[in-house]
Design a protein around this ligand. Structure first.
Ligand code: SF4
Length: 497
């Protein structure tokens, strides 16, 4: 009908993801990444380029040191085009949005960039805390929806595994939407409040201290109770007769511990509850919790058994302390061998402070984890498995927003990248639901053509650099994706391709 032909023709169809939005002029699509500007489909975020180069020219540098300055403040002689703002190509038979060439140290290099749509991705979260956040395998929820679970406890940290295909697409529509939103916010370094079944309420934000039941965590433990004894035994020696380091994993008892024996300490007769592992090392002294050393202990004396009257003596000096040094209590045994609170001496207090000083600040670390599946690889080459092989052979360097990506061994291209190393707002989403994350493949032009790459879509770097691009300085901790040491190929080009 002629009436409906006109309004429909004003809308254009976005084909950057399976949602295939029809977008009216001046409007954006469901993900807010693409818009219709006067009939043209545009990617709203600017393409992000990292500029590397020699340090900036010193101001008013004269005489022998004078350098020509062409007005380029950061002297960015080498640019790296990231996938942030690049867009996606969907369906997958199309080449990636940008396949950019440039010469690097005499070698023709190609970088293929795309904003991958990851329906199967997740994040791994490391939370530096001693406190018990929930049992291993407990469900992690946001707004009541399961988005992942608690994994293993590692040294001084609790780990979460969030997202993944089971939650993004395997549950209800709401579960998928909430999971995708939580992943997006975590990856873009925003705070997300989570509840752990039979555990705590947790606020996680990449690069910030975790907040557990409303309290920001401060310190990451210096080590387990046994390690703490090993580290500080000499500094306690002579100032105290016994030290008990309260810890959910291994509670240490100084005089009984190898370190105390090495110092010829007299057996104190102080006995702790729990399962003895080796001399001076006890497991399960209490239940896990948010008290001393990740236990549920608020009063440390509750983990002590009555002192052995054959060994203990009135006047025995006893220090009890946690693995972060934040909690400590000092006692002296009375005539009935009962510990009585007493004033701590300055040298012992100094060691408590030193334990705290040796603890690192608690942080939440968020690592994006995703697999570059067959379809994404098809944007790079007509023969996707060759890209996988090329990555495994270290001929192709994988980065996420310019940040180094750890490539897992085994099949596929499964990568992990620290979101703190990536440009801000690197991530987007599409309502399928899936996370959109930048991924770049950098390799020699000759290797690219050898693996069946879309060589006829290569464009020189200059054609990509428009006034609207977002320029960033490199992150000092990140290797240059173009740097020769990232590659296993011989130092002299083989002249292939
Ligand atoms: S949701 Fe998908 S189809 Fe819609 S605008 Fe975003 S990328 Fe395009």
């Amino acid at each position: 009908m002629p009436e409906d032909a006109s309004p429909k023709s004003e809308k254009i169809r976005c084909d950057a993801c399976p949602v295939m939005c029809y977008i009216a002029d001046g409007k954006s699509g469901a993900c807010d990444r693409y818009a219709n500007h006067g009939g043209e489909l545009v990617r709203l975020d600017p393409l992000t380029v990292i500029e590397r180069g020699v340090p900036a020219v010193a101001f008013l540098d004269r005489g022998e040191n004078a350098q020509d300055w062409d007005g380029d403040v950061i002297q960015g002689h080498r640019q790296f085009v990231t996938a942030v703002g690049a867009g996606t190509t969907y369906p997958d038979y199309k080449p990636a949005p940008f396949i950019v060439s440039q010469e690097v140290d005499g070698v023709d290099m190609v970088t293929v960039v795309t904003e991958g749509i990851f329906s199967y991705c997740g994040v791994k979260v490391k939370i530096d805390t001693d406190r018990h956040i929930g049992h291993e395998r407990a469900i992690v929820r946001v707004d009541g929806e399961a988005i992942g679970h608690v994994m293993t406890s590692e040294y001084g940290s609790k780990m979460l595994s969030l997202g993944g295909v089971e939650h993004l697409t395997g549950g209800s529509k709401k579960e998928g939407r909430v999971t995708c939103d939580a992943l997006l916010r975590l990856c873009n370094r925003e705070a997300v409040t989570m509840q752990i079944d039979e555990g705590v309420e947790l606020i996680v934000q990449a690069g910030q201290a975790p907040v557990i039941n409303g309290e920001p965590e401060k310190l990451m433990r210096v080590g387990c109770g046994s390690a703490t004894i090993g580290m500080f035994a000499k500094q306690w020696y002579g100032h105290v007769d016994e030290v008990v380091v309260v810890d959910d994993h291994i509670t240490g008892v100084l005089s009984e511990h190898e370190a105390g024996r090495g110092l010829d300490m007299r057996a104190s007769g102080i006995k702790v509850k729990g399962r003895r592992s080796t001399p001076g090392r006890y497991f399960q002294v209490a239940e896990p919790g948010t008290g001393w050393g990740g236990t549920n202990v608020q009063d440390p004396l509750t983990i002590l058994k009555p002192a052995d009257p054959k060994l203990a003596w009135p006047g025995l000096r006893l220090l009890m302390i946690s693995t972060t040094g934040e909690q400590w209590a000092y006692f002296v045994l009375d005539d009935d061998l009962q510990p009585q609170p007493a004033e701590i001496s300055p040298p012992l207090l100094a060691v408590a402070e030193r334990i705290a000083e040796n603890c690192e600040p608690s942080l939440c670390s968020v690592l994006f984890m995703g697999g570059a599946g067959g379809s994404l690889r098809a944007g790079v080459t007509e023969n996707p498995v060759r890209l996988t092989r090329s990555v495994k052979d270290a001929l192709t360097y994988v980065s996420c927003g310019g940040a180094e990506a750890y490539v897992w061994p085994g099949g596929g291209i499964t990568v992990m990248a620290d979101v703190m190393e990536m440009p801000t707002n690197s991530f987007g989403y599409v309502p399928t639901p899936a996370l959109v994350a930048p991924i770049e493949f950098t390799l020699r032009a000759s290797d690219y053509s050898a693996l069946g790459g879309h060589s006829d879509h290569i464009q020189p770097l200059d054609t990509v650099l428009s006034p609207t691009i977002r320029k960033l300085l490199p992150n000092d901790s990140q290797p240059d994706p173009h740097a020769r040491q990232n590659y296993r190929w011989p130092s002299r080009p083989r002249g292939r391709g």
